[in-house]
Design a protein around this ligand. Sequence first.
Ligand code: RIB
Length: 321
Amino acid sequence: MSTEAHGRIVVVGSLNADLTIYCDRLPLPGETVHGTGFAVNPGGKSANQAVAASLLGGAVSLVGAVGDDSNGEMLLASTAGAGVDISHVRTSESAATGVAVIAVDARGENNIIISAGANGTLAPADVAASADAFDGASVVCLCLEVSLDTVAAAARLGHDAGATVLLNLSPYGEIPQSLADLTDILLVNAHEASLFLGSDEIPGADADDAAWNQVRERFAGRGLQRVLVTLGSSGSVVLDSLVSGTGRVTRIAPVKVHAVDTTGAGDAFTGAVAARLAAGQALAEAAAFASVAAALAVTRRGTQAAYAGVLDVERMRGTGI
Ligand code: RIB
Protein backbone atom coordinates (compact mmCIF):
# COMPACT_ATOMS: atom_id res chain seq x y z
CA MET A 1 0.00 0.00 0.00
CA SER A 2 1.22 3.50 -0.74
CA THR A 3 2.13 5.59 2.27
CA GLU A 4 1.19 8.77 0.44
CA ALA A 5 -2.54 8.74 1.11
CA HIS A 6 -2.25 9.24 4.87
CA GLY A 7 -4.93 11.15 6.70
CA ARG A 8 -3.71 13.17 9.65
CA ILE A 9 -3.16 11.49 13.04
CA VAL A 10 -3.60 13.46 16.27
CA VAL A 11 -1.92 12.05 19.38
CA VAL A 12 -3.00 13.65 22.66
CA GLY A 13 -1.15 12.88 25.87
CA SER A 14 2.20 12.44 27.57
CA LEU A 15 5.87 13.21 27.03
CA ASN A 16 8.40 11.88 29.57
CA ALA A 17 12.12 11.81 30.08
CA ASP A 18 12.92 8.11 30.61
CA LEU A 19 15.61 7.55 33.25
CA THR A 20 16.53 3.95 32.57
CA ILE A 21 18.83 1.66 34.55
CA TYR A 22 19.76 -1.63 32.91
CA CYS A 23 20.32 -4.53 35.30
CA ASP A 24 20.65 -8.30 35.26
CA ARG A 25 17.37 -8.78 37.11
CA LEU A 26 14.65 -6.48 38.43
CA PRO A 27 14.85 -5.82 42.19
CA LEU A 28 12.31 -7.42 44.53
CA PRO A 29 10.43 -5.12 46.96
CA GLY A 30 12.94 -3.79 49.49
CA GLU A 31 15.93 -5.07 47.53
CA THR A 32 18.81 -3.11 45.97
CA VAL A 33 20.58 -4.49 42.92
CA HIS A 34 23.56 -3.27 40.91
CA GLY A 35 22.83 -1.70 37.56
CA THR A 36 24.84 -2.43 34.45
CA GLY A 37 24.18 0.84 32.61
CA PHE A 38 22.15 4.05 32.67
CA ALA A 39 20.56 6.23 29.98
CA VAL A 40 18.26 9.22 29.70
CA ASN A 41 15.98 8.77 26.69
CA PRO A 42 12.95 10.57 25.25
CA GLY A 43 9.77 8.69 26.14
CA GLY A 44 6.18 9.01 27.31
CA LYS A 45 3.54 6.81 25.76
CA SER A 46 2.00 9.50 23.59
CA ALA A 47 5.29 10.95 22.38
CA ASN A 48 6.44 7.40 21.59
CA GLN A 49 3.23 6.64 19.70
CA ALA A 50 3.52 9.89 17.75
CA VAL A 51 7.14 9.14 16.77
CA ALA A 52 6.32 5.54 15.82
CA ALA A 53 3.43 6.65 13.60
CA SER A 54 5.46 9.43 11.99
CA LEU A 55 8.44 7.18 11.20
CA LEU A 56 5.98 4.82 9.51
CA GLY A 57 4.75 7.55 7.17
CA GLY A 58 1.95 9.10 9.23
CA ALA A 59 1.30 12.85 9.26
CA VAL A 60 1.17 13.33 13.04
CA SER A 61 0.31 16.22 15.34
CA LEU A 62 1.12 15.83 19.05
CA VAL A 63 -0.90 17.68 21.71
CA GLY A 64 0.85 17.72 25.08
CA ALA A 65 2.89 19.68 27.62
CA VAL A 66 6.51 19.77 28.77
CA GLY A 67 8.34 21.82 31.36
CA ASP A 68 10.67 24.71 30.63
CA ASP A 69 13.76 22.54 31.17
CA SER A 70 16.39 20.43 29.43
CA ASN A 71 14.21 17.30 29.48
CA GLY A 72 11.49 19.24 27.70
CA GLU A 73 14.03 20.40 25.10
CA MET A 74 15.15 16.79 24.59
CA LEU A 75 11.57 15.68 23.98
CA LEU A 76 10.74 18.51 21.60
CA ALA A 77 13.91 17.75 19.63
CA SER A 78 13.20 14.03 19.49
CA THR A 79 9.56 14.31 18.40
CA ALA A 80 10.19 17.13 15.91
CA GLY A 81 13.25 15.29 14.63
CA ALA A 82 11.02 12.32 13.80
CA GLY A 83 8.76 14.61 11.76
CA VAL A 84 5.99 15.10 14.33
CA ASP A 85 4.17 18.48 14.33
CA ILE A 86 4.85 19.81 17.84
CA SER A 87 3.13 23.17 17.46
CA HIS A 88 0.45 21.96 19.94
CA VAL A 89 2.92 20.97 22.66
CA ARG A 90 2.71 23.66 25.33
CA THR A 91 5.59 24.60 27.62
CA SER A 92 4.40 24.85 31.23
CA GLU A 93 5.86 27.66 33.30
CA SER A 94 5.10 25.93 36.59
CA ALA A 95 5.64 22.19 36.14
CA ALA A 96 8.73 20.20 35.19
CA THR A 97 8.72 17.78 32.29
CA GLY A 98 7.22 14.39 33.13
CA VAL A 99 9.67 11.69 34.17
CA ALA A 100 9.65 7.89 34.03
CA VAL A 101 12.01 5.82 36.20
CA ILE A 102 12.56 2.54 34.41
CA ALA A 103 14.44 -0.67 35.18
CA VAL A 104 15.21 -3.08 32.33
CA ASP A 105 16.56 -6.57 33.01
CA ALA A 106 18.80 -8.80 30.93
CA ARG A 107 15.77 -10.35 29.19
CA GLY A 108 14.53 -6.91 28.18
CA GLU A 109 11.62 -6.96 30.65
CA ASN A 110 10.91 -3.69 32.43
CA ASN A 111 9.03 -1.98 35.17
CA ILE A 112 8.16 1.69 35.07
CA ILE A 113 7.07 4.41 37.50
CA ILE A 114 5.91 7.72 36.06
CA SER A 115 5.74 11.15 37.64
CA ALA A 116 3.32 13.27 35.60
CA GLY A 117 4.90 16.72 35.94
CA ALA A 118 3.71 18.89 33.04
CA ASN A 119 1.59 16.02 31.68
CA GLY A 120 -0.63 16.58 34.71
CA THR A 121 -1.31 20.13 33.56
CA LEU A 122 -2.68 19.07 30.16
CA ALA A 123 -6.34 20.08 30.36
CA PRO A 124 -9.48 19.95 28.21
CA ALA A 125 -8.77 23.62 27.43
CA ASP A 126 -5.51 22.56 25.72
CA VAL A 127 -7.46 20.13 23.58
CA ALA A 128 -9.96 22.86 22.68
CA ALA A 129 -7.09 25.21 21.83
CA SER A 130 -5.76 22.57 19.43
CA ALA A 131 -9.10 22.04 17.68
CA ASP A 132 -7.62 22.96 14.29
CA ALA A 133 -5.38 19.87 14.48
CA PHE A 134 -8.49 17.67 14.65
CA ASP A 135 -10.02 19.18 11.49
CA GLY A 136 -10.02 16.42 8.88
CA ALA A 137 -8.05 14.05 11.14
CA SER A 138 -8.53 10.37 10.39
CA VAL A 139 -7.18 8.88 13.62
CA VAL A 140 -7.00 10.23 17.19
CA CYS A 141 -4.66 8.29 19.44
CA LEU A 142 -5.08 8.38 23.24
CA CYS A 143 -3.68 6.75 26.39
CA LEU A 144 -4.18 7.25 30.14
CA GLU A 145 -1.00 9.14 31.11
CA VAL A 146 -2.94 12.42 31.20
CA SER A 147 -6.18 13.24 33.01
CA LEU A 148 -9.36 11.39 32.08
CA ASP A 149 -11.09 14.73 31.47
CA THR A 150 -8.45 15.59 28.88
CA VAL A 151 -8.68 12.16 27.25
CA ALA A 152 -12.46 12.45 27.15
CA ALA A 153 -12.30 15.94 25.59
CA ALA A 154 -9.95 14.65 22.89
CA ALA A 155 -12.12 11.60 22.24
CA ARG A 156 -15.19 13.83 21.88
CA LEU A 157 -13.41 16.21 19.49
CA GLY A 158 -12.03 13.29 17.46
CA HIS A 159 -15.41 11.59 17.31
CA ASP A 160 -17.15 14.80 16.23
CA ALA A 161 -14.49 15.32 13.54
CA GLY A 162 -15.26 11.85 12.14
CA ALA A 163 -11.88 10.41 13.14
CA THR A 164 -11.28 6.86 14.38
CA VAL A 165 -10.68 7.13 18.13
CA LEU A 166 -7.97 4.68 19.22
CA LEU A 167 -7.62 4.33 23.01
CA ASN A 168 -4.66 2.54 24.57
CA LEU A 169 -5.88 1.67 28.09
CA SER A 170 -2.43 2.16 29.61
CA PRO A 171 -1.45 2.69 32.34
CA TYR A 172 -4.63 0.87 33.35
CA GLY A 173 -7.43 2.92 34.88
CA GLU A 174 -11.17 2.65 34.93
CA ILE A 175 -12.91 4.71 32.29
CA PRO A 176 -16.44 6.11 32.26
CA GLN A 177 -18.95 4.53 29.88
CA SER A 178 -19.13 7.85 28.03
CA LEU A 179 -15.45 7.44 27.05
CA ALA A 180 -15.93 3.79 26.06
CA ASP A 181 -18.82 4.92 23.85
CA LEU A 182 -16.54 7.41 22.04
CA THR A 183 -13.82 4.78 21.52
CA ASP A 184 -13.75 3.08 18.11
CA ILE A 185 -10.81 0.78 18.83
CA LEU A 186 -9.51 -0.24 22.26
CA LEU A 187 -5.93 -1.43 22.53
CA VAL A 188 -5.06 -3.48 25.64
CA ASN A 189 -2.58 -6.08 26.78
CA ALA A 190 -3.85 -9.24 28.47
CA HIS A 191 -3.42 -7.76 31.96
CA GLU A 192 -5.39 -4.62 31.06
CA ALA A 193 -8.05 -6.73 29.34
CA SER A 194 -8.52 -8.81 32.45
CA LEU A 195 -8.72 -5.73 34.70
CA PHE A 196 -11.22 -4.07 32.36
CA LEU A 197 -13.45 -7.12 32.14
CA GLY A 198 -13.01 -8.01 35.81
CA SER A 199 -11.91 -11.49 34.81
CA ASP A 200 -8.79 -13.59 35.32
CA GLU A 201 -9.69 -15.64 32.30
CA ILE A 202 -8.19 -13.94 29.29
CA PRO A 203 -7.37 -16.87 27.01
CA GLY A 204 -3.88 -17.60 25.78
CA ALA A 205 -2.86 -17.19 22.15
CA ASP A 206 -3.51 -20.88 21.50
CA ALA A 207 -7.09 -20.82 22.86
CA ASP A 208 -9.81 -21.62 20.34
CA ASP A 209 -12.04 -19.08 18.61
CA ALA A 210 -14.95 -19.88 20.92
CA ALA A 211 -12.94 -18.68 23.92
CA TRP A 212 -11.90 -15.49 22.17
CA ASN A 213 -15.45 -14.92 20.92
CA GLN A 214 -16.58 -14.91 24.52
CA VAL A 215 -14.03 -12.19 25.29
CA ARG A 216 -15.16 -10.27 22.21
CA GLU A 217 -18.78 -10.46 23.36
CA ARG A 218 -17.87 -9.19 26.81
CA PHE A 219 -16.07 -6.18 25.34
CA ALA A 220 -18.99 -5.56 22.98
CA GLY A 221 -21.31 -5.70 26.00
CA ARG A 222 -19.29 -2.79 27.41
CA GLY A 223 -19.73 -0.84 24.16
CA LEU A 224 -16.32 -1.72 22.66
CA GLN A 225 -16.87 -3.25 19.25
CA ARG A 226 -13.26 -3.41 18.08
CA VAL A 227 -10.45 -4.46 20.41
CA LEU A 228 -6.79 -5.31 19.89
CA VAL A 229 -5.37 -7.56 22.63
CA THR A 230 -1.58 -7.77 22.64
CA LEU A 231 -0.05 -10.90 24.14
CA GLY A 232 3.64 -9.97 24.31
CA SER A 233 5.84 -12.59 22.69
CA SER A 234 2.72 -14.67 21.86
CA GLY A 235 1.42 -12.20 19.25
CA SER A 236 -1.95 -10.48 19.38
CA VAL A 237 -5.64 -11.02 18.70
CA VAL A 238 -8.02 -8.71 16.85
CA LEU A 239 -11.63 -8.85 18.10
CA ASP A 240 -14.02 -7.17 15.69
CA SER A 241 -17.74 -7.23 16.42
CA LEU A 242 -18.48 -5.03 13.38
CA VAL A 243 -17.83 -7.87 10.94
CA SER A 244 -19.52 -11.23 10.67
CA GLY A 245 -18.40 -14.84 10.84
CA THR A 246 -14.79 -15.91 11.17
CA GLY A 247 -13.50 -12.35 10.72
CA ARG A 248 -14.61 -11.58 14.26
CA VAL A 249 -11.47 -13.16 15.74
CA THR A 250 -8.14 -12.77 13.95
CA ARG A 251 -4.89 -14.02 15.43
CA ILE A 252 -1.69 -12.21 14.62
CA ALA A 253 1.26 -14.57 14.88
CA PRO A 254 4.20 -13.54 17.05
CA VAL A 255 7.33 -12.21 15.38
CA LYS A 256 10.29 -13.94 17.01
CA VAL A 257 13.23 -11.66 17.83
CA HIS A 258 15.88 -11.40 20.51
CA ALA A 259 14.47 -8.85 22.98
CA VAL A 260 16.95 -6.34 24.40
CA ASP A 261 14.51 -3.76 25.81
CA THR A 262 10.71 -4.14 25.70
CA THR A 263 10.09 -0.56 26.91
CA GLY A 264 7.69 1.17 24.54
CA ALA A 265 6.92 -1.92 22.45
CA GLY A 266 3.20 -1.33 23.04
CA ASP A 267 3.63 2.27 21.92
CA ALA A 268 5.38 1.15 18.74
CA PHE A 269 2.43 -1.20 18.14
CA THR A 270 -0.15 1.53 18.81
CA GLY A 271 1.62 4.12 16.64
CA ALA A 272 1.96 1.62 13.81
CA VAL A 273 -1.73 0.70 13.98
CA ALA A 274 -2.59 4.41 13.84
CA ALA A 275 -0.30 4.95 10.84
CA ARG A 276 -1.74 2.03 8.88
CA LEU A 277 -5.37 2.90 9.70
CA ALA A 278 -4.70 6.47 8.60
CA ALA A 279 -3.32 5.05 5.34
CA GLY A 280 -6.61 3.23 4.80
CA GLN A 281 -5.59 -0.26 5.83
CA ALA A 282 -8.07 -2.66 7.48
CA LEU A 283 -7.69 -3.26 11.22
CA ALA A 284 -6.34 -6.83 11.07
CA GLU A 285 -3.80 -5.92 8.39
CA ALA A 286 -2.75 -2.87 10.41
CA ALA A 287 -2.27 -5.09 13.48
CA ALA A 288 -0.12 -7.56 11.51
CA PHE A 289 2.07 -4.69 10.30
CA ALA A 290 2.22 -3.25 13.83
CA SER A 291 3.34 -6.52 15.32
CA VAL A 292 6.45 -6.42 13.12
CA ALA A 293 7.10 -2.78 14.05
CA ALA A 294 6.81 -3.68 17.76
CA ALA A 295 9.10 -6.68 17.36
CA LEU A 296 11.76 -4.52 15.74
CA ALA A 297 11.43 -1.97 18.56
CA VAL A 298 12.45 -4.48 21.24
CA THR A 299 15.68 -5.38 19.48
CA ARG A 300 17.24 -2.04 20.46
CA ARG A 301 17.49 -0.06 23.69
CA GLY A 302 15.17 2.86 24.40
CA THR A 303 11.87 3.74 22.80
CA GLN A 304 11.76 6.46 20.14
CA ALA A 305 15.36 5.90 19.05
CA ALA A 306 14.59 2.19 18.63
CA TYR A 307 11.58 2.59 16.35
CA ALA A 308 11.55 1.36 12.79
CA GLY A 309 10.71 3.04 9.51
CA VAL A 310 8.45 1.56 6.84
CA LEU A 311 11.35 0.04 4.89
CA ASP A 312 12.65 -1.78 7.99
CA VAL A 313 9.21 -3.28 8.61
CA GLU A 314 8.76 -4.26 4.97
CA ARG A 315 12.21 -5.82 4.92
CA MET A 316 11.41 -7.89 7.99
CA ARG A 317 8.09 -9.04 6.57
CA GLY A 318 9.90 -10.00 3.40
CA THR A 319 7.23 -8.48 1.17
CA GLY A 320 6.13 -5.06 -0.05
CA ILE A 321 3.07 -3.80 1.82
O1 RIB B 1 5.36 2.69 27.27
C1 RIB B 1 6.65 3.11 27.62
C2 RIB B 1 6.61 4.48 28.18
O2 RIB B 1 5.88 4.45 29.38
C3 RIB B 1 7.97 5.03 28.56
O3 RIB B 1 8.59 5.74 27.53
C4 RIB B 1 7.66 5.85 29.79
O4 RIB B 1 7.90 7.20 29.63
C5 RIB B 1 6.20 5.58 30.13
O5 RIB B 1 5.40 6.60 29.68
